[in-house]
Design a protein around this ligand. Sequence first.
Ligand SMILES: *Cc1c(COP(=O)(O)O)cnc(C)c1O
Length: 434
Amino acid sequence: MKYYSTNRATPVVDLEEAVVKGLAADRGLFMPETIRPLPKEFFDTIDRLSFHEIACRVAEAFFGEDIPKEDLDRIVCDTLAFDCPVAEVEDRIYSLELFHGPTLAFKDVGARFMARLLRYFIGKRGAGRTVNVLVATSGDTGSAVANGFLGVDGIHVYVLYPKGKVSPIQECQFTTLGRNVTAVEVDGVFDDCQRLVKSAFMDSELCEKMTLTSANSINVARFLPQAFYYFNAYARMKALGKASELVISVPSGNFGNITAGLFAHRMGLPVKRFIAANNSNDIFYNYLLTGTYSPKASVQTIANAMDVGDPSNFARILDLYDNSHERISSLISGFAYPDSRIRLTMHDCYAATGYLLDPHGACGYQALKDGLQPGETGIFLETAHPAKFKETVEAAVEAPVAIPDRLAAFMNGEKQSVAMNADFSDFKDFLMRQ
Ligand SMILES: *Cc1c(COP(=O)(O)O)cnc(C)c1O
């Protein structure tokens, strides 16, 4: 499979180059040249297939030309060492629980897949230069990527995160690991971290000295595998006899997760429509209303993994629908919620149903409450475990939130990080010294 850039100002590349480069030379995002529809027979029988079987079929459609089937199946099965179940929250509203992985958030799926794919490519090439993974995080990407790559030979991970703007529980998941993981604490906001990473890829001197790759949601190896669980959710709903008018609500920040759902839709997944649920960072919401995309500085919220003022994957959504606002807004609707509403939603949902939402999932749930039409069934993506935001959730629901063992284990480690300002020249000097 060849991958082109959304800016279309650079030649197409193969999968390995798209994964290692992360971002195209013209600063565009890579898109697969073809999105292969899956046959009707697959959807007819999907409710009898396991998550692994479904994921292997979807992976084959994307990566089957580039990776032998046995290798690809092994990568998929290693990635999905945990389930992504669908749970009924109330009549017509279901939660797709994406927090059963090692760092308790959906980013485990893409990060684990990318780590295994990169290891496969490094292994094929034989021993060579270290591959350096640069990742900007507003919270959960850093932990998922760091843990996905931890201890993998030939790879070093640098996690850039905004000082004081990720929760203590999130922070300890990537600052306590050591080994091949370096945490870089940036005096700035998430967009600064993202800018530093993007600038590093554009710096020819740096790129000559070291092999750099991105593991942000812009990387095709991170965002495409997220399609797996959309198909699985459909299968589980079909088994319940509830799959006829499905609406999927996705708490969105950088829009990688929802874009994977849109790819699934393009491959034939019978979903009626999507909802992009935002916090106060309402750039996409405004685009849907007005047709004008105006990026802004991000504002801090309690759903901090969605604090993004210029979502990268917007370029992919535009590309997928030929820049047509009409096509985009007829398939996707939007909602945006301030912190006060998110808190109230967590409270009301818990009081009414006993289901604990995290602040991100709460946006997705609330958007279904506000947007579901008669006859439709809604699934929201519960993107993180509520215990990752323990203080916020406990204050909202007025009940204790238990910390799962695998999360508690991180909290016993010692924090190690490198302090950095938001200036690219300083970040570059630091990398040049490594
Ligand atoms: C990253 C993240 C999001 C946003 O996902 P995008 O793919 O960036 O839109 C939502 N919720 C949680 C918990 C996250 O970590």
